[in-house]
Design a protein around this ligand. Structure first.
Ligand code: ATP
Ligand code: MG
Length: 450
């Protein structure tokens, strides 16, 4: 099967090279747009030029709008002005708005000026919404009908209007003022008697979001209800657009990448395409802050200089205690950040999680503490007290670290900062300090037995 596809692609490219328009079109349109993009990517500039002349702007729009933004930006440089404008006219206007947002203002103005007036108008209004809100995410190409329409008349109109709609699966019902009053799925419509009024078959409790709603919230709602699309309204309840599930998948991916970047205290630095200089600039401020916090542990160690002088062997275990504190905290952090990103926490769950982390900490602390105290004795000549000092310290460090790894992200979340900002390095550094404090406090107490 796969081999057959490869052969087809080879034939296709041959047809392109031989300027065999009919043959090329026949084979090319057998593929899904995503496969078409893959084929497109194997072409050189010359071959791409031929391709643009073989397929219409309307046809290319279907492929183009599935490309990622970076590729789109490269491709528009290759297209003739007329072709480009014609393609923009045919694109889904939310996809087009996403692209235009990435371009410099003067080229946006030029493009919008030449576009079809109605399309331009819709794209322009989409561009006025704040980024990462429902408004910026939605498309205005939805199907809306009146509650007094009959099932038969709506079915007839869908036949005509479907080609231009983003999705035809949900039909939204508005009143004379364009306020959203109902919804039904295509299935609901098809199984309804033809002479019924829409108001008799529609659902009236419509779940919707405001244009200003954050995109993460939008994603949660779509996920909660398992919708394929969600209507977007203004403060008065006017239906403005819809958000489809495919755009929400992109949002979830975006947010996951953001959260991931913030865990490593390097917002934006996980992007593969940025230069070393930019990457360093994003990461350095965090490292410098952490450097200062790290100085605190140096100061603590300094204060215990006397103890260390008398019992130098204590020094050996500092990295171990500090490191294990950091490791434990990062494990807990991962659980919380993931839950917060998915919006899974209420008060009960938080309390449950804290209890669980405390008990987990006790179990892990006991096991690791026991292991290390035995190892410390075996390796350093059967010194029971040294083993106890290290073992007990590790026990408490692990408990405190798993709790701080859980609590810190919640506290940061309460301050309305993105929870993921309670980044791994911070927890590590703070747990280092806690670990060292515990270690030296216990060491000082038991010192006289050493
Ligand atoms: P199937 O499950 O086979 O795909 P369906 O008709 O059950 O078909 P769903 O996508 O499961 O379609 O939608 C379930 C119901 O949710 C439909 O009856 C639809 O009218 C309703 N619905 C869709 N969008 C909304 C919304 N925004 N608010 C409230 N109800 C909605
Ligand atoms: Mg269903």
């Amino acid at each position: 099967m796969e081999k057959q596809k490869e052969e087809l692609i080879l034939e296709l490219i041959n047809a392109l090279n031989n300027r065999d328009l009919e043959r090329f079109r026949e084979d090319f349109f057998e593929f899904h747009p995503i496969d078409q993009i893959e084929i497109f990517l194997t072409l050189d500039t010359e071959q791409r030029k031929i391709l643009y002349s073989f397929i219409s702007p309307r046809e290319f729009a279907e492929i183009f709008q599935e490309m990622d933004l970076k590729l789109q930006k490269d491709v528009i440089l290759e297209l003739e002005d007329n072709y480009l404008i014609e393609m923009f006219n045919e694109m889904a206007n939310d996809d087009l708005a996403d692209l235009l947002e990435e371009l410099p203002p003067d080229s946006i103005q030029k493009i919008i000026k030449d576009m079809d007036i109605e399309e331009a108008h819709e794209v322009k209004s989409l561009l006025t919404y704040a980024p990462e809100t429902a408004g910026a995410l939605m498309t205005t190409e939805f199907l809306a009908y009146k509650s007094t329409d009959t099932v038969a008349s709506v079915l007839e109109r869908i036949r005509q209007e479907a080609p231009d709609a983003e999705t035809i699966y949900y039909l939204y019902i508005v009143n004379e003022l364009d306020l959203l009053v109902g919804v039904l799925s295509l299935r609901d419509l098809i199984i309804a008697p033809l002479d019924k009024k829409i108001e008799d078959v529609m659902a009236i409790h419509v779940v919707s979001v405001n244009v200003d709603t954050d995109q993460e919230e939008v994603a949660h709602i779509i996920k909660k209800y398992n919708f394929l699309a969600l209507p977007v309204i203004d403060n008065l309840g006017t239906l403005l657009g819809i958000i489809t599930v495919d755009d929400v998948i992109d949002v979830l991916e975006e947010e996951a990448t953001e959260d991931f970047a913030e865990i490593s205290a390097a917002r934006g630095a996980v992007d593969l395409e940025i230069s070393p200089l930019v990457a360093a600039r994003k990461r350095l401020p965090w490292l410098i802050i952490l450097l200062f916090i790290g100085m605190v542990s140096a100061t603590i160690i300094g204060r215990f200089e006397k103890v260390l002088e008398t019992v130098a062997i204590l020094t050996i275990f500092i990295p171990l205690i500090a490191g294990m504190g950091g490791n434990t905290g990062t494990q807990s952090l991962a659980v919380v950040v993931r839950g917060l990103a998915l919006g899974e926490f209420d008060k009960e769950k938080v309390i449950y999680l804290l209890k669980r982390e405390a008990i987990t900490g006790v179990i892990m602390g006991t096991v690791c503490g026991a292991i290390v105290s035995i190892l410390a004795q075996v390796i350093f000549g059967g010194n029971l007290v040294l083993g106890l000092i290290v073992g007990i310290s590790l026990f408490f460090t692990i408990i405190v670290a798993s709790l701080s790894g859980t609590i810190i992200p919640f506290i940061i979340h309460l301050f309305k900062i993105d929870p993921a900002l309670a980044s791994g390095p911070f927890i590590t550094t703070i747990n280092d300090i806690i670990g060292i404090l515990i270690y030296f406090s216990i060491a000082t107490k038991l010192l006289k037995f050493l």
